[in-house]
Design a binder for this molecule. Sequence first.
Ligand SMILES: Cc1cc2nc3c(=O)[nH]c(=O)nc-3n(C[C@H](O)[C@H](O)[C@H](O)COP(=O)(O)OP(=O)(O)OC[C@H]3O[C@@H](n4cnc5c(N)ncnc54)[C@H](O)[C@@H]3O)c2cc1C
Ligand code: SF4
Length: 501
Amino acid sequence: MPDPNGFLRYDRRLPARRPVPVRISDWREVYPPAGEELIREQATRCMDCGIPFCHDGCPLGNRIPDWNDLVRTGNWDAAVDSLHATNNFPEFTGRLCPAPCEAACVLGLGGQQPVTIKQVEVEIADAAVARDGLRPRPASASTGRSVAVVGSGPAGLAAAQQLARAGHTVTVYERDEAIGGLLRYGIPDFKLEKQHIDKRLAQLTAEGVRFRTGVEVGVDVTAEQLRAEHDAVLLACGALQGRDTPETPGRALRGVHQAMAHLVAANRVVAAAGDGKPAPATLPDGTPIDAAGKHVVIIGGGDTAADCLGVAHRQGAAGVHQLDLYPEPPTERDAARDPWPTWPWVLRNYPAHEEGGERVFAVAVQEFVDDGTGQVRAVRIAEVTVEKVDGRRIVTALPGSEREIPADLVLLAIGFEGTEEQPLLAQFGVTRNGRGAIDSRPDWQATDGVFVAGDMHRGASLIVWAIAEGRAAAAAIHTYLGGVGDLPAPVDPARQPLAAR
Ligand SMILES: Cc1cc2nc3c(=O)[nH]c(=O)nc-3n(C[C@H](O)[C@H](O)[C@H](O)COP(=O)(O)OP(=O)(O)OC[C@H]3O[C@@H](n4cnc5c(N)ncnc54)[C@H](O)[C@@H]3O)c2cc1C
Ligand code: SF4
């Protein structure tokens, strides 16, 4: 029986972040572990609601009130089991998820601060590692059926683990040199140290999953070969086609890059330093990747932009501006626009924003300005208004509002346009829809025997959705292969986040 007055006795509290001057001098995670006393106190704030709306916020259907109470009572082993029953990788979501479950927590309806669900989750996840080092759970018998998973992000890995534990032989094909997808090469170490991915990979390997890195399906291995070697194929190739702005004058100048070019290169440098290998000093096109001593302008307001900000500070940028097309959001939920329990449009301050830089809202770049040698020296911006007309976004510049911001390095973090156009698609006979994603039937098949999950299916989204789709697609593949019993399927392909109707 949970403590019905816990939320009245304790305020919401999170562990203190590491001090800014210390953390921007290294790449370690921003949050230190919370400590058992704090986390048990915070778990006590959960009311174990009769209708726990936190469940509706989470596509994985995490049993949040159950494990909150298990943590409150110090029953860590049972909490670990309860969390892993619905989530293959809580150490990723506990660190990285924006926590739609917290936006949907019933405490938010009563004007209280929500339960620190995400912090409780990460502490349980880390307790699992500390207790038994992520003990492998190999299948007791093989089904003799084989599955190819293309792409090793959270969707592919979740599916691979589910299928291997059900007795299927699983091979994950990844074109990068290391496994993890955006967890490995998009998200910086100060949000997710890569040791967490490596520990899971050791578990998956011990459970029988085979990994083939440096293999681009469609180029190094054909779809035909994959179909011949495996009984089913899961495509989980992500949505990595970065949105660009080719029409903006000066886009071709040196120093103007896609954000991912910067983040991937920076992650490789950190990984190489950790391995004691010499760090690559340049992008593939020879451009220096480092923000050190530079005036950096980041265009965009989401996760990717915040990650670029944190990386730029750690590299020693002289100054950083982050530009957003939209006006500054309110700090509190606007209930008329986004009623509880939906995800609210509010100002999100990531830890990276604490570290410096200036955010400029309601502006659009008019030109990347040449220094006369083909290198960017500034961005010319104008204040703008944005309105939606017939579903189309109309951006209007305010006359006389133009000004320049100095810039030696400009990073475009303006979103993604779906999965990349690549040979694999035509070889499997699938095509991108209007959003650049791959549609599936209700049983996750994009075409006969070929399934799709994660960002490739949903469009650029979140890790929690990728894991949920990976689990659900694995369940569909298991059924397709005639597996015994059902695997859990937390979502169907049409499922959308909570929204006001
Ligand atoms: C910079 C950045 C920061 C983010 N931060 C967060 C965050 O804090 N929290 C959050 O919840 N979400 C975040 N996201 C979103 C999240 O990372 C994605 O939603 C998630 O990783 C999608 O998982 P996925 O498995 O579908 O694809 P991905 O992680 O993109 O993995 C796809 C993999 O497929 C591989 N691949 C593609 N084509 C082929 C091929 N032909 N052959 C072999 N391999 C192939 C790719 O190399 C890649 O490794 C962030 C995204 C970005 C870009
Ligand atoms: S909605 Fe909030 S208070 Fe209610 S069960 Fe979920 S976490 Fe606990």
